[in-house]
Design a protein. Structure first.
Ligand code: HEC
Ligand code: HEC
Ligand code: HEC
Length: 233
């Protein structure tokens, strides 16, 4: 009595070493199914990677050095003493814009708009260990150049601070004679004073002792004394 499921090998597949070898047709279908599965896995994995890549934790997880300290400044709870990207004490985390913006739900990429060429360049530099640590400190022009934006657009743009410089001067008119937003001498980058990963600095205090250093901020003199500031210039 023959088993219904057993097709006599001779009629169909050639027999190699006593085992039926898959027919070329079946082999082709298997390869096609495997290719579809691999493609699907890759799509899901890269979509996942992309979503993960947009999370602040990605930066620290992938590049422990040099990113951990940046992630720490971002994750610092507001209104508390902490440390900056170089490990200097910070009296109040609220003077670091990364912490302030994190509390508002912004991610690293809301400020660091990534361009593909920058990311590839950073990736290559990281893999090759070809970067200086501490990292060079960036300013508004460095952070906007690759995406072709003007310096001021780092902060003054429709989705962040939808203001002009003039609006800002008016808004902070109560800061008096030494209103830091009033371009008394020359127009300064926002990042001259507002720092994201270290305590913000009242630049005007370098020459004007009367210029008020806000609570939690540091004076220009204190800024010059920070560990890391020289190496990062
Ligand atoms: C509020 C906007 C903002 C957010 C959010 C932000 N950054 Fe920054 N980032 C800046 C600014 C401004 C600088 C310029 C240097 C500084 O202020 O310390 C900078 C500089 C950097 C640099 C260059 C090195 C240096 O010291 O200048 C790295 C690396 C960096 N940030 C990583 C991150 C990572 C990682 C996150 C998220 C965990 C993040 N940033 C979140 C604004 C931001
Ligand atoms: C010379 C230093 C300096 C520069 C440059 C500077 N700021 Fe400020 N900014 C300050 C100080 C000091 C404060 C007050 C902070 C506080 O009291 O905590 C402030 C406050 C602010 C505030 C809060 C205002 C409010 O009352 O709601 C905004 C927004 C702001 N700055 C945006 C900017 C932007 C955008 C730029 C660049 C176009 C810029 N600042 C450039 C020093 C500066
Ligand atoms: C490198 C030194 C230096 C820095 C930094 C500096 N100033 Fe001045 N500032 C001066 C000098 C010198 C004068 C007096 C001569 C003049 O009027 O140019 C002056 C004058 C002024 C005056 C006129 C009233 C006065 O006190 O004489 C104001 C207002 C002023 N500065 C505001 C600012 C503000 C706001 C900042 C920060 C954005 C700033 N300055 C940064 C050197 C500086």
């Amino acid at each position: 009595m023959s088993d219904n499921n057993t097709i006599p090998a001779a009629e169909h597949d050639p027999v190699i070493d006593g085992k039926a070898a898959p027919s070329p047709k079946r082999k082709g279908r298997r390869a096609a199914i495997a290719a579809v599965v691999v493609a699907a896995v890759l799509v899901v994995a890269s979509a996942g990677l992309w979503v993960w890549h947009e999370q602040p934790s990605f930066c620290g997880a992938i590049c422990h050095t040099p990113m951990d300290n940046y992630l720490a400044t971002y994750e610092a709870p507001l209104g508390q003493a902490t440390t900056d990207k170089w490990g200097n004490p910070v009296a109040d985390s609220s003077s670091m814009l990364a912490a302030v913006h994190a509390a508002e739900g912004d991610t690293c990429m809301d400020c660091h708009i990534p361009t593909l060429s920058e990311q590839v360049g950073e990736g290559v530099a990281w893999v090759a260990g070809n970067y200086e640590f501490p990292l060079l400190e960036r300013d508004a022009s460095d952070l906007t150049e690759a995406s072709g934006r003007a310096n001021d657009e780092l902060c003054l743009n429709e989705s962040c601070h939808n203001l002009t410089r003039e609006d800002l001067v008016e808004k902070t008119a109560d800061m008096g004679t030494y209103n830091p937003h009033d371009p008394h001498h020359t127009e300064l980058d926002c990042t001259t004073c507002h720092k994201a990963h270290r305590a913000s600095v009242m630049y005007c205090s370098q020459c004007h002792a009367q210029a008020e250093v806000p609570e939690g901020w540091i004076s220009m003199g204190e800024s010059n004394e920070l560990v890391g500031v020289k190496a990062a210039e």
